[in-house]
Ligand binder design. Structure first.
Ligand code: AMP
Ligand code: MN
Ligand code: MN
Ligand code: MN
Length: 292
């Protein structure tokens, strides 16, 4: 089977590698098809496409939209988007401004907790682009300053749900995010459904809402998911008529437990979303195996 990784980040959001370095690392790891899916940003795609053409890797233009559903932050991946679509660009502008404003409020909360320099620290880690600042950057700054002993600790103590520097999320509502992606010719994929700490009942409600909004696929195989959960997500995808996606959610070599192209296989019976763009004959080195 070709190696297809449909969820990755570069330093155009909260990843550690440039788009160029990410694509080279993916090619070296044996990835045939890569989607770059930065949070609320498509700015890395031209550079990624240029490198992909050079190294012979197929790049699928993507993004990961931050959305709200019933007051909860839910991520929607968009695959195969038209990056010049006016409506999408306008929506991304709004998301970027919201991200910058939220970052200011998070920094103010941290400063109030006598964590001086939070704004400057996070801003520097985000390449001095205010509208790119993620909670990831705050967590990296908190760790570097010795205020916490791990990135997870920064979320547990300050940045996570209900913690002192948790600021209301200003993102688009889930149905609008799905529309932004679909209107730009993309396919909407519910990202890492197992990571929202939902009861099975609430997870089913989320998937129903996503389907009603026009969602087309959900991530089934992701790097951090246990085999039982992968099986369950595959079943939920089938039950709801959704195609199945797969990806690492790679953020950089500093998180070595997540590697490009490495995640469980899709369970049997899933309809892989990547068949919208590629067929097995696109990967000639696989032909003898398929024929055998
Ligand atoms: P934001 O988009 O600014 O809300 O930041 C969310 C990002 O923070 C996610 O995409 C993850 O990369 C990262 N993140 C979320 N929760 C954790 C956690 N518990 N530990 C480490 N990183 C996290
Ligand atoms: Mn992230
Ligand atoms: Mn996500
Ligand atoms: Mn992601």
């Amino acid at each position: 089977m070709p190696v297809i990784d449909l969820h990755t980040h570069s330093l155009c959001s909260d990843g550690a590698l440039s788009p160029d370095a990410l694509v080279r690392r993916a090619a070296a790891a044996g990835v045939h098809v890569l989607a770059l899916t930065d949070h609320d940003a498509i700015t890395g795609l031209p550079e990624a496409a240029a490198t992909a053409a050079e190294v012979g890797l197929r790049l699928l233009p993507g993004l990961e939209l931050s959305t709200m559903w019933r007051g909860l932050s839910v991520h929607i991946v968009g695959l195969g988007i038209d990056t010049a679509h006016a409506g999408l660009l306008e929506g991304l502008d709004r998301q970027a401004n919201a991200r910058g404003e939220r970052a200011e409020r998070i920094a103010a909360r941290l400063e109030k907790l006598r964590l001086a320099g939070a704004w400057e620290g996070a801003l520097a880690l985000a390449g001095n682009v205010p509208n790119r600042i993620s909670r990831t950057h705050f967590s990296q700054w908190l760790l570097a300053q010795g205020h916490v002993s791990s990135l997870q600790g920064a979320f547990d103590k300050y940045l996570g749900n209900g913690k002192p520097a948790d600021v209301a999320m200003p993102w688009v509502e889930l149905p609008e995010a799905v529309a932004l992606i679909r209107n730009a010719g993309g396919t909407a994929v519910l990202a890492h459904p197992g990571r929202y700490s939902l009861t099975r009942t609430k997870l089913r409600l989320l998937i129903t809402a996503f389907c009603e909004a026009g969602g087309e696929a959900m991530e089934v195989a992701t790097a951090t998911e246990k085999p039982d959960m992968v099986r369950y997500l595959g079943q939920l995808a089938g039950d709801n008529g959704l195609e199945a996606s797969q990806g690492s959610d790679f953020h950089g070599p500093h998180m070595p437990w997540i590697q490009l192209g490495r995640f469980p296989a899709l369970p049997a019976g899933c309809r892989p979303v990547w068949r919208r763009w590629f067929s097995d004959t696109d990967f000639p080195e696989q032909l003898p195996l398929l024929q055998g």
